[in-house]
Design a protein around this ligand. Structure first.
Ligand SMILES: [Zn+2]
Length: 65
């Protein structure tokens, strides 16, 4: 979890979890993010993306953006 360098702030921690609860899908690849620990929550823009590189899309179904 990255919170603009203020990762020790419990209020930001709670806000980040709330944002993740509202937006559990990655804003970049559109896939659901399995765990909060796997999410990079941008609190100020209320965007949630995968930490680091997004996983490859599921191979069972073609996903057209
Ligand atoms: Zn992603």
């Amino acid at each position: 979890m990255v919170l603009s360098g203020r990762r020790d702030d419990p209020k930001l921690e709670q806000l980040a979890r709330d944002v993740f609860a509202m937006f559990p899908n990655c804003h970049r690849c559109g896939q659901p993010i399995a765990r909060f620990e796997d999410a990079d929550v941008r609190v100020h823009t209320q965007r949630v993306v995968h930490r680091g590189v997004c996983p490859p899309p599921p191979s069972v179904e073609q996903v057209v953006p």
